[in-house]
Ligand binder design. Structure first.
Ligand code: C2E
Ligand code: CA
Ligand code: CA
Ligand code: CA
Length: 277
């Protein structure tokens, strides 16, 4: 029995150790990333499907690691959450987003909005973070409506009083709320009427399989009708083909986002794109 145990041990340990070590190293590097100005905020246009106008953008963080190159947020956000660094990173994202939306509101579209992603941990953080955010927006002479906070369904499902409080704080500040990745998780519809949400983002797993008379088409149409009845606007994620765009537009979807329009890009590039019309 001892021998078998040792065998199992030697089979699993090295990979686990390597993975754990690499996570530790990366977390360690993450600590210096803010100071080292290694983060960069990318922006992806959100397109008004009826007019084709770009009136919003989603801010997506990138980490330019000095040795490893660009590290995906899918890899480092979980580490940032586990280490608590996500709070500082989230503040940085907010400040950068505010800086750019100010410019785009004054130079491109008066109602331009930038949406930022919030992990459950950030969203539920203690204290008056949104009060501070609001003061910062005021100092930039920006209304709360300049920003949209994207949260995921899971947060609303096990909603405690902190979550409801935060949603109210956001609302008081005029900041809008989008429900990200809609349809992927535990989709319960009851919270849509319970909470004041402004946008519903249809997950790209639905967009991917859109075809006339497909079940994903039927689902998307139903989601759009329901959202509109509840007073929400709908953004479809992952629009990659003209067919998907046309089907969504015909179904009354308000906005589209995806590689068809543009990939996420550095702020300066996004700025140039807006200028060139
Ligand atoms: P998400 O919020 O669902 O963001 C959309 C992801 O889909 C982005 O990946 C984007 O680049 C990608 N995408 C956009 N259009 C298309 C398309 O047409 N096809 C395909 N296949 N993909 C498309 P990204 O930038 O790698 O971000 C991954 C996730 O990391 C985000 O998913 C979000 O959950 C998280 N994230 C990104 N930035 C932040 C941040 O600043 N804070 C926090 N807390 N999380 C972030
Ligand atoms: Ca998002
Ligand atoms: Ca999403
Ligand atoms: Ca996602």
């Amino acid at each position: 029995a001892k021998g078998a145990g040792r065998n199992r041990y030697s089979h699993f340990t090295p990979t686990l150790q390597v993975a754990a070590l690499s996570r530790m190293r990366l977390t360690n590097d993450l600590r210096g990333a803010l100071k080292g100005r290694q983060f960069e905020l990318y922006f992806q246009p959100i397109v008004d499907l009826a007019s084709g106008a770009i009136t919003k953008a989603e801010a997506l963080i990138r980490w330019n690691h000095p040795q490893r190159g660009v590290v995906s947020p899918l890899e480092f956000i979980p580490l940032a959450e586990a280490s608590g660094l996500i709070l500082e990173i989230g503040d940085w994202v907010f400040h950068e987003a505010a800086r750019w939306v100010r410019r785009w509101r004054s130079e491109h579209h008066a109602e331009f909005q930038v949406s930022i992603n919030q992990s459950p941990l950030e969203f539920q953080r203690e204290g008056d973070s949104y009060q501070r955010w609001l003061r910062h927006l005021e100092s930039l002479q920006l209304p709360g409506q300049s920003l949209v906070v994207e949260i995921t369904e899971g947060l609303l499902l096990d909603a405690n009083s902190t979550v409801s409080d935060k949603l109210l704080q956001l609302r008081d500040a005029g900041i809008q709320v989008a429900l990200d990745d809609f349809g992927t998780g535990y989709s319960s519809l009851s919270y849509l009427k319970k909470f004041d949400i402004d946008y519903l983002k249809i997950d790209r797993s639905f967009t991917r399989n859109l075809a006339p008379d497909s079940s994903d088409m039927a689902l998307s149409e139903a989601i759009i009708v329901m959202a509109h009845k509840l007073g929400l606007k709908v953004i479809a994620e992952g629009v990659e083909t003209p067919e998907q765009r046309d089907l969504l537009a015909a179904a009354g979807c308000d906005y589209g986002q995806g590689y068809l329009f543009a990939r996420p890009m550095p702020a300066e590039e996004f700025d140039l794109m807006l200028r060139s019309g």
